[in-house]
Ligand binder design. Sequence first.
Ligand SMILES: C[S@@+](CC[C@H](N)C(=O)[O-])C[C@H]1O[C@@H](n2cnc3c(N)ncnc32)[C@H](O)[C@@H]1O
Length: 283
Amino acid sequence: MTDIRTILHRTTRDLTAGGSPSPRLDAEVLLMRFLRMDRVQLCMQPERELSEEEAAGFARWVERRSLGEPVAYILGDKEFWSLRFEVNREVLIPRPETECLIEEVLRFYRPPGEGLRVLDIGTGSGAIGVVLARELPAARVVATDISPGALAVARRNALSQGVAGRMEFFQGDLFAAVSGDLDIICSNPPYIPEGVYDLLPVGIRNFEPPGALIASPDGVAFHRKIIREGAHRLKAGGRIFLEIGEGQRDRVAALFREEGGYGDIDCRKDYGGIDRVASARRI
Ligand SMILES: C[S@@+](CC[C@H](N)C(=O)[O-])C[C@H]1O[C@@H](n2cnc3c(N)ncnc32)[C@H](O)[C@@H]1O
């Protein structure tokens, strides 16, 4: 029998065996999307039978999840800042912690952001750049990434969120393809130290792009370069916002101090209490 109740039960059992940390939730989320139902409909129709074709198609999704593939890649999207972002294996799945970086930018810059020129380095799915373009509707946003596959996804997200007209996308190493002065530089660069990568959960290691995650042995090579070059690219009074990994606060603060030309060096925590967003002002 393949009604919703049975499928949910069976999927939860299979995903538990596959090592998912949230098997029941995954089962519900996947089945809701597969059957194009919301949670209420799913609960109200436990006896709704799946056709053979539906059951076979859903079994393929469950198998992917059992092998550790993140739910977002199976669905093809992820919610970030209450917006739906397309994702695929070319891009990092946007994380909730990264919303703290956006909150921090918006603490200093109020809408509409008239005249502001913003740079998002390593834009991936476009999460940071697209959200800032929406929140600061008079600002212009430049987004760069080394990965052409990521830029293609970011462009589509800018289009679907209605901000493509105020965004520019460049492929290249950090600032290489960007000219002109900037008011705001933000980045969530790769920051997993080389030696730590092998310890990450299988869902990350086997599915997310390593080039989006791994940095130098100390994890802050990208921060170092962005801080150095940023000092020359920011207008006086402009600000830089960098996502950092756990334990990187003091090293990144030292990089700002050693570079010189920066003031208001600060760090805010994420909602898990971990230092997450380093920022500074170009004097
Ligand atoms: C941690 S991901 C962040 C993605 C997205 N900004 C987010 O917050 O979800 C880092 C991104 O930096 C890009 N990247 C890696 N090396 C780069 C480089 N040298 N220049 C520009 N982008 C780079 C990766 O392709 C990846 O998209």
